[in-house]
Design a protein around this ligand. Structure first.
Ligand code: ZN
Length: 262
């Protein structure tokens, strides 16, 4: 069974875990820029992170059999005040790199003015470069999640971004319907604070008509076997009797189409 992990921070993981993903059938992966840098950084640190991902992580994962693509975005937290524009100005250079196939993860956590401004700026860039988007939202248990999910969709609409090219990641059960109704792609994030592998499998099984709009990712990829999240979900779907061709629609065909690789 072919698996494309559609959102995984390989740069935060141990090499052995990447190898285990490959053993489990993960043949390709999307590594987005993180939505926050833990600390307060100057733009140079962000550019080094982008370069490390493109120059090293892509090759390192390839050495274990995982064909890796990259999303570039300016994180909403962790850049020193007044340095955001400098980061945005540098982004186009990186968006031209061969392995960069989307803008992301952009998005909102609390939907303040700064987050919305940064989201709009980067949607404009995705429009200019004709690229899809990975959109981050609050985790399912954060109290603002329903309101902010609506805000995310509203901003995408106001910026006239083609919604079938926007992946709304970090889906929990409580915002699933809003995401389906939006016309965006729903990213099922299997991670300790979002969905379990069994819950993700169940959502795929129960929503046959929407299956072209679902992709699956393991998000942080660490902690509690998180690197095997998508492998476990695919196993659960198979165990529940789904044919491999149907499973591969969400684990392979859809992410390849959404990221312009098919
Ligand atoms: Zn992420």
């Amino acid at each position: 069974m072919k698996i494309f992990d559609s959102h995984v921070h390989l740069d935060l993981m141990m090499g052995e875990d990447i190898l285990r993903m490959a053993w489990g059938g993960v043949e390709a992966a999307m590594v987005p820029s993180p939505h926050l840098m833990k600390g307060l950084f100057q733009p140079g640190s962000l550019f080094e992170l982008w370069e490390k991902t493109l120059d090293y992580i892509v090759k390192y994962a390839a050495s274990m059999g995982v064909d890796t693509y990259v999303g570039i975005a300016v994180p909403f937290y962790g850049i020193a005040a007044d340095k955001w524009q400098e980061c945005l100005d540098k982004m186009p250079e990186y968006l031209k790199e061969e392995r960069v196939v989307c803008v992301g993860e952009i998005g909102l956590d609390v939907a303040n003015d700064h987050e919305k401004w940064l989201m709009r700026e980067q949607i404009a860039m995705a429009n200019d470069f004709d690229m899809p988007l990975i959109v981050h939202g609050p985790t399912p248990r954060e109290p603002q999640v329903r309101d902010v999910t609506a805000d995310m969709i509203q901003v995408l609409k106001e910026e006239k971004f083609p919604l079938d090219r926007a992946v709304l990641d970090h889906t929990g059960k409580n915002t699933l319907q809003a995401r389906f109704d939006s016309g965006c792609v729903t990213g099922l994030s299997i991670c300790y604070d979002k969905l379990t592998a069994e819950e993700a499998a169940e959502i795929v099984e129960e929503n046959e008509a929407l299956r072209d709009k679902i992709i699956v990712g393991s998000e942080l990829g660490y902690g509690g076997g998180g690197h095997l999240s998508v492998v476990k979900a695919a196993w659960a779907m198979k165990h529940d009797g789904m044919p491999e061709s149907e499973i591969e629609r969400v684990t392979w065909d859809n992410p390849r189409r959404v990221f312009g690789l098919a």
